[in-house]
Design a protein around this ligand. Structure first.
Ligand code: AMP
Ligand code: GLY
Length: 420
């Protein structure tokens, strides 16, 4: 089989490596990929929002299966577009992708299907929003409706902060805003719950917890994710039953009632309050760096699973996992998530050769003249599978130290809640 993976992050390198282990795979294309994927796949330099060019590349190379990593092309309808040409694509269609593309779509679904989530209000203009905020409780949460690369969420401690959030959103900071979403602030611990679905059947695809803040102790600005560990320390049978029955099943039913179904990975971002799950957000893809953390635990052939999903035969597959602990640390460019330098040489990365059960997945890297350079904020992911999280983190730190890249920084406390 020939497989194309769309995207260029650590998630896509992890997908490419896992896919490359399948005996049925002959060739992998990454559109556009990174320096890491170039070792196991053919990278195709292309804008992932230009669907017609991607179709041409997929058809010229007789690709059998397309796997979509990031949310933007999904929300823009890449699956519907490619399926019109009878191409097999793993990922949700445009309507189902609204679960991530519109926070208000998801909130309305929660309301209709009684899915536990923070209480909320939707306001169509700044005057009504501010009138409500004058007597609101603080802290509260104000969100832009549309995709904002994780940036359209404000946790507001007072009226002044919340007024500013409303102004920024309606002024178009995250694209045209027809409304704003306000939520009650939920106090608990966050975890990520993943499923994979073929439209008829779904299966759990493991749990993780990530560290979104840039500084140690979970302080500082929000980022795409500085590290993660799997499984989540919060998961237990009772909680999992509640997540499935109160959140996942009603969501999938809601989509069916809309006349569509869900094919792909679905990532539920949850707040757990006293062993009760509340839906914070949906993502219509694997998480990054959760994907890099979870995939090394997978024992079943990933290509078999993805194909079964496209053929609506997931019920026939038994997904098996090792019960080791997995921990991932993200090495970032100094300055991230604000401004940082690009094109910094990463010298001895090719000499690292991580031992068994240890992995390095590239994110913002490129290869030029056989040398590897940084191109993004999140540059490399270091993962270790071990018997416990402390050992895993130790292995990861050993490997990062061997790299000795002065252009980067990382959080040394990933997994502190399960280790320290
Ligand atoms: P979102 O993009 O909706 O996941 O929000 C980004 C982050 O904001 C989440 O990962 C949470 O840490 C926080 N957050 C969002 N909504 C709430 C809420 N209702 N209560 C508490 N924290 C929240
Ligand atoms: N790690 C958070 C995300 O992928 O959205």
């Amino acid at each position: 089989m020939k497989i194309a993976i769309i995207g260029s992050g650590g998630r896509e390198h992890a997908l490419a490596l896992t896919i490359s282990k399948s005996s049925s795979v002959k060739e992998i294309f990454c559109i556009p990929g990174n320096a890491g994927t170039s070792k196991i796949a053919t990278n195709v330099d292309m804008d992932i929002n230009e669907f017609d060019k991607m179709y041409k590349c997929i058809s010229d190379n007789s690709i059998d299966l397309v796997v979509v990593g990031p949310e933007q092309p999904l929300v823009n309808g890449i699956v519907d577009y490619l399926e019109k040409f009878n191409i097999k694509v793993f990922g949700p269609n445009k309507i189902a992708s609204q679960l991530e593309g519109s926070k208000i779509f998801t909130k309305k679904l929660c309301q209709e299907y009684n899915i536990p989530t923070a209480n909320f209000g939707i306001f169509e203009n700044r005057i009504d929003a501010k009138k409500f905020l004058k007597s609101a409780k603080y802290p509260n949460v104000i969100k832009a409706d549309n995709l904002a690369a994780g940036k359209g969420v404000y946790i507001c401690n007072n009226e002044q902060e919340s007024f500013m959030a409303v102004e920024e959103i309606f002024n178009g900071k995250f694209g045209e805003a027809k409304n704003v979403l306000m939520e009650e602030f939920l106090k608990g611990e966050e975890m990520s719950y993943f499923i994979i679905s073929d439209g008829n059947t779904f299966k759990s695809f493991e749990t993780a917890q990530d560290h979104k803040r840039v500084l140690e102790g979970d302080n500082g600005k929000n980022t795409g994710g500085m590290g993660a560990y799997s499984p989540s320390r919060l998961i237990n049978k009772d909680l999992e039953d509640k997540i499935i029955n109160k959140i996942i099943k009603p969501t999938l039913k809601g989509l069916k009632d809309l006349g569509t179904d869900y094919k792909g990975f679905l990532y539920a971002g949850l707040m757990i309050v006293e062993n009760e799950p509340y839906l914070i957000e949906y993502n219509v893809r694997m998480g990054d760096p959760e994907c890099q953390t979870i995939l090394p635990k997978l024992k079943t052939d990933l290509v078999e699973i993805l194909e079964a999903c496209c053929d609506k035969k997931l019920a026939d597959i038994n997904i098996e996992w090792t019960n080791k602990k997995s921990l991932c640390v993200v090495l970032c460019s100094k300055g991230y998530p604000d401004t940082y330098q690009k094109n910094i040489l990463i010298k001895n990365i090719e000499n690292l050769n991580p031992e068994k059960n240890n992995f390095i997945f590239h994110a913002g890297t490129k290869k030029e003249n056989d040398k590897i350079y940084s191109t993004g904020g999140r540059v490399l992911n270091f993962i270790s599978l071990s018997d416990d999280f402390l050992q895993a983190r130790g292995k990861v730190h050993e490997c990062i130290k061997k790299l000795d890249w002065s252009g980067g920084f990382y959080r040394r406390d990933i997994g502190f809640k399960v280790i320290d």
